[in-house]
Design a protein around this ligand. Structure first.
Ligand code: CA
Length: 223
């Protein structure tokens, strides 16, 4: 999963190292070197994850966090702190940080923490379905293959979603046509077959197979 990550850290050497590491994993990374910039970026754009230093100039990290949560953002917050004191940790977690890591830390530990947070997030929302190389976010309907976002026309996305939610079982054409029809636009079984062939063309290379069972319907499976 490619993430948008904000590194809010005034130690520019550390910020650069972290940015390189996360960038090398394919993530899109921004750096803010003070609390005001971090706050402005978080208010203006969506980030999946923020690595938040508590001791930031201009605006304290705890204030950045407080303001972020006040906007009911569900950005994952991993606090980076040299303040190993229990009070600050507790305060950070109370304010809605997902985890913290005390500086100095090993890169491996940071990566492990990030992976654990992502796993926790995915299982908490239950919103991501993986089939072969395809990743589908039920909440946002975002489609990714091998970490690349795939943009689909509406009908194809509707059909893909309908197939994904029924993956591994045979679904009659009539049911699928119904699922992607709207009030204004009824989809015939002929049109459905057309959308199926378009999806096959796009997703067969990713190891996703839409099996056709004569007289029964379609079934999505990983090959
Ligand atoms: Ca600092």
């Amino acid at each position: 999963m490619v993430m948008r990550v904000l590194i809010a850290e005034d130690n520019s050497e550390l910020a650069t190292v972290l940015s390189r590491i996360l960038g090398a994993e394919g993530h899109v990374v921004d750096i803010a070197t003070n609390g005001t910039d971090a706050d402005a970026l978080l208010a203006a754009e969506f980030f999946d994850l923020v690595l938040l230093d508590l001791g930031l100039p201009l605006m304290d990290g705890l204030d950045v966090l407080r303001r972020l949560r006040a906007r009911s953002s569900d950005t994952i917050v991993l606090v980076l702190t040299a303040r190993a004191e229990l009070a600050d940790r507790v305060k950070g977690l109370d304010l809605g940080a997902d985890d913290y890591i005390a500086k100095p830390f090993e890169v491996e530990e940071l990566e492990a923490r990030i992976r654990a947070l992502l796993r926790r997030r995915a299982s908490a929302t239950g919103s991501v379905i993986r089939i072969g190389e395809l990743v589908f976010d039920v909440a946002t309907r975002a489609v990714q293959v091998a970490d690349q976002n795939i943009e689909l026309p509406k009908r194809e996305l509707d059909l893909l979603e309908a197939l994904i939610l029924r993956a591994g079982r045979v679904t009659p054409k009539s049911e699928l046509a119904e699922a992607i029809s709207s009030m204004e636009d009824a989809i015939s079984e002929g049109a459905l077959e057309l959308y199926v062939s378009r999806l096959r063309k796009k997703f067969e290379p990713a190891g996703l197979h839409i099996r056709s069972l004569r007289g029964l319907g379609y079934m999505l499976e990983a090959v």
